[in-house]
Each structure stands twice: as C-alpha cells, then as structure tokens.
Design a protein around this ligand. Structure first.
Ligand SMILES: Cc1cc2nc3c(=O)[nH]c(=O)nc-3n(C[C@H](O)[C@H](O)[C@H](O)COP(=O)(O)OP(=O)(O)OC[C@H]3O[C@@H](n4cnc5c(N)ncnc54)[C@H](O)[C@@H]3O)c2cc1C
Length: 489
C-alpha cells in the first residue's frame, strides 16, 4: 500500500465550496517534495490515479479523486518562503511552496501584495495557478515569474519565461491546467509594495432601478478609466432588475476615512462577516436592499486593501464559524442559515465586445424560468484585459474579456426549486454557446453544465492538455473527476 514517510492514507470527506454534499475519498498528505515523488512513483507503478488537493476552495470536482483513485493533499508541503531578489521600486521576487495560502503569504511578506488575487485568502498559490484565477482587475498568473513542476515520473522541470524547450512551453500552459501536467511545488512571485494602512476607494459610478443602456456605458467607462485599475464590476439583481457599477481606485495613503463610509464586508471581524454572508445567502432580497442602499450613484466608500482584496474571507470561514456552539449560532441556524452557505455558482467568459449580447441572451433564458430570479443572489460582470494564458477557460485572447458570474442561494429551496435553478444554468450554457460560439463556461465554476456541452466547448483546451500530457504524464497518472470528464474521450 502507498504510504508517505510521516502520514498514512486516511479516508476524508471532501466538500467543494458552496456544495451540499461531501465525497469520501482516500487521501494521503505529503509534506516534502521527496515524499511526494515517492508517492507518485509508487502510484505510477501500481497504476493508481492521483489528484492534487490544495486549499479545497474549488466549487466543483477539481480536487476530487476518481473512483479508486488517491487524493494527495499538497496544502502542507513545506513553504520555505524566502526573498529571492529585491527588485526596483520596492518590489520583491519571492519563492514560496505551492501549498502556501494567500493568508500565509501575507504573514510572510506583510508589506507586499500580489495585485490580482481570488477573493478568499485560504486559496493556495498553486491552486490559484492551476485554475488561472482572476480578480476584478486582472489574472493572478501574471505575477508568477517561475515555478518548479514535479512530473508524475519524478522528474523536475524549472519553468520560467527564460527557460527553453518544454519547460518554457509549460510556463505558459500550466496556468489553467488544473493539475493535469504536474505538481507545482515551488512558485516564484513578484510582489508589489503596499503600506499596511493603504486604503482603496470604492465608487458607485452608476445605479438604476432596471437594466438599461446606462449600465453598459458605465461598465465600459469604468474599465477604460486608468484611475480604477484596482478593479471594477457591475451587479444586476433579479431579472433585469436593479443595477450597480462599482469602480475601485488606490487612495492617497493619508486620505481621510470616515468609519460610516466603510465598504461592506471589508473589515477584519470575520465572525460578523460569516454571519452577514450566511444571512445574505438565506435572505438574498435583504442583501439586495442593503447593497443598493449602501451604494447610491455617486457615493464613495473606502476599504482597507487586505479586506478589500479578500472580501469573501467570511464566506469561506462560515462553515466553521456558523457551526459553533452558542446562542447566536443556534439562533442563526433556527432561522434557516445553513453553515455550508450553499450556492449554485456559475461563470461564463466571453469577448468583451459581446458583453451586451451575452447579457441580453442570458436574461432571455431566465425569462423562461419565472420566479427563479427571486432566489438569485446576484449576477455580476467584470471586464478584464486580453488573456495571455492559452489554457485559461477562454484561452489566449487578442481582445478584452468579459465575465458574468451568477450566484443562486440554495439555502431555503426545495429539491424541485433547486433542480429548476440547475436546469436554468444548463440552459444558459447550452443556448448561449449555440448563439454566441465564442462563449466559454469557466472551468472553475461549471458544476451545472451538461457534460457534452462542457466537452464540446472546451475541446481546444482538452487537445492542448492531451498534447502536453503525452509528453509529461503519458500514463495518465494525474487526474481528477473534473479532468476525467474533460479529457476522457
Ligand atoms: C470564497 C471563494 C472565493 C473565490 N474567489 C475567486 C475569485 O475571485 N476569482 C477566481 O478566479 N476564483 C475564485 N475562487 C475559486 C478558487 O480560486 C479556485 O477554485 C482555486 O483553484 C482554489 O484553489 P485551492 O487552493 O483551494 O485548491 P483546490 O480547490 O484544492 O484545487 C484546485 C485545483 O488545483 C489543483 N492543485 C492544487 N494544488 C496543486 C499543486 N500544488 N500542483 C498542481 N495542481 C494543484 C487541484 O488538483 C485542482 O485541480 C474562489 C473560491 C472561493 C471558495
């Protein structure tokens, strides 16, 4: 039987973020690269398929082993965080273990940050790279300068822009490969300096009672205004209901910050935030009313930079916080707050130039599901620069990218109502892909997409992966339920 030096195989219940169910799987924890290559060599000999497990913040089956497969928990791989080089204008080049979370990265280098991060600080650096994550301003992988890739054969490749041959090609292809090509054990990142007291301004550039022309104009203007390079995005509630466009700028360090104008969900009281996320999930219409009242058009609120970048920290900790013993936790559960904060969560990528066509087609599909909009938490849209990564869900693009993310609260719904939301999501992917063939569902947030639509949409991605897998993992040792669905022909 496979075993690491220190830790043996255990059966664990693995539960993707926002999901209702957990999945039991055999998992082994590896704490060093040596342990890991031993386990990989043994798995290859025994023809056992393995899946890398990072922070377990995926919304789908990305870190779930296949039937009979083995999960390798790499979240505790030695971090070895260190400065590699002091760059100009205060920037740092640092090396960290792939299992380092953004929370740990901040603890190691508190005066510096990665600009484009996912909104939970419990995501690992390798997990963010594997999914080619983005923020409301850019792609995380643009901060990555190099990484060490351990192949299933035990061979190690040092991948960077300066490498040659396969290692150079893999530097481009690993972001978005979901662990299909190798294990990223160490990652070199470029960090920007940031003052601990640095605040960001969140501007409500547009607010309207219905989706209209002004929303799209404000969205484009916010994206094209260089002042708002910390992020931007629009929110649409219900079926073409209330809209909001927010745009974010870096404030002067001595900027006055009145407490009553603090942006929602950005402080460090994570317990309070877990309650807020739990209540918003249970009562989405109250959340809509609070957000739209907080951000009338023209208002500016402020946020501390860390709380702003990771504003979903509370959501991510809700499972442990809301499950605690005590009166307030019991009361929350009594009114129906589910500590899992279950969501149906889906994202679609499309060329920025068809944002409007995408949104119109999306709501036409929603028209056929009257009443469902009442269960929707929100639909949000961000506009990003062209994507340089070939394995990103939309691939490498010449033009800007639009992302629409739709979140439905599942906490208070009957099984029939839930099934109706899932059908709506399936229908959006199916119909929009037929009408607008450039559309791709995100490989990060795709749970409710039909298998055949998903595979047709991402055939180019699968071909790219197979091309490199034949060179770096010819026996197909590295997989997951997610990869098996996409790559198995
Ligand atoms: C609250 C919350 C907010 C989020 N916000 C955003 C956001 O703003 N933008 C965004 O794009 N995404 C966002 N996500 C999604 C999240 O960033 C991705 O799902 C990410 O991949 C999760 O990484 P993880 O460390 O949790 O790894 P896991 O979920 O455990 O694994 C993710 C993938 O990485 C692979 N993997 C893990 N470690 C390694 C390794 N060392 N080597 C090779 N492969 C590896 C796994 O096999 C799997 O395919 C959010 C998720 C949550 C829960």
């Amino acid at each position: 039987m496979l075993a690491c030096r220190a830790v043996n195989i255990q059966t664990q219940a693995l539960r993707p973020a926002g999901a209702l169910d957990a999945h039991p799987a055999e998992v082994i924890t590896c704490q060093s690269e040596g342990d890991l290559s031993q386990v990989l060599a043994r798995a290859t000999r025994e023809q056992r398929r393995v899946t890398m497990i990072g922070g377990q913040r995926s919304f789908g089956e990305q870190f779930l082993p296949v039937a009979g497969g083995l999960g390798i928990d790499v979240s505790r791989l030695e971090t070895g965080a260190r400065i590699v080089e002091h760059l100009d204008t205060g920037r740092l080049l640092v090396r960290v273990g792939g299992g380092t979370t953004f929370e740990q990265l901040h603890a190691h280098f508190p005066g510096h940050r990665v600009r484009f991060v996912p909104t939970s600080d419990r995501v690992t650096i390798a997990g963010a790279l594997a999914a080619c994550t983005h923020s409301a301003a850019g792609y995380f992988a643009t901060a990555v300068r190099a990484f060490r890739l351990l192949l299933s054969s035990g061979e190690v490749l040092d991948c960077s822009a300066a490498a040659s041959g396969l290692a150079r090609e893999l530097f481009d292809v690993v972001p978005g490969s979901f662990g299909a090509l190798g294990v990223t054990t160490f990652i070199d990142l470029e960090l920007d300096p940031i003052a601990p007291q640095q605040a960001l301004g969140v501007h409500a550039r547009y607010a309207a009672p219905r989706l209209d022309e002004g929303f799209f104009a404000a969205l484009d203007a916010a994206k094209d205004d260089p002042r708002f390079d910390e992020g931007m995005g629009g929110v649409i509630y219900g079926n073409r209901g209330r809209t909001l466009v927010l745009a974010d700028e870096r404030l002067p360090v001595d900027h006055a910050q009145p407490e009553h104008l603090r942006a929602l969900l950005t402080d460090d009281n994570l317990e309070e935030q877990a309650f807020t996320h739990g209540l918003a999930n249970r009562f989405p219409r109250i959340a809509e009313s609070t957000v739209t009242k907080t951000y009338p058009q023209g208002i500016e609120r402020w946020a501390p930079w860390y709380g702003f970048q990771f504003y979903q920290r509370g959501y991510d900790r809700s499972y442990e916080i809301l499950g605690r013993r005590g009166l307030k936790y019991s009361l929350a559960r009594l009114v129906g707050v589910d500590r899992r904060v279950p969501v149906a969560h889906q994202s679609w990528f499309f060329p920025r130039s068809i944002t409007r066509a995408f949104v119109e087609a999306y709501f036409k599909v929603l028209d056929a599901f009257p009443g469902s909009e009442k269960q929707g938490e929100q639909q949000d849209i961000v506009l990003l620069d062209p994507c340089p990564f070939p394995a990103h869900s939309l691939g490498r693009t010449q033009q800007g990218v639009g992302v629409l993310t739709s979140s439905y609260s599942l906490a208070s719904l009957s099984p029939d109502q839930r099934a109706r939301i899932f059908t709506f999501f399936k229908q959006v992917s199916h119909t929009l892909y037929e009408q607008l063939p450039a559309v791709r569902i995100s490989l990060c947030k795709q749970v409710h997409c039909d298998r055949d639509v998903l595979r047709r949409m991402h055939r180019g991605w699968a071909d790219l992966m197979q091309h490199y897998k034949s060179q770096v993992d010819p026996r197909g040792v590295l997989t997951s339920r997610h990869l098996e669905m996409l790559l198995d022909r």
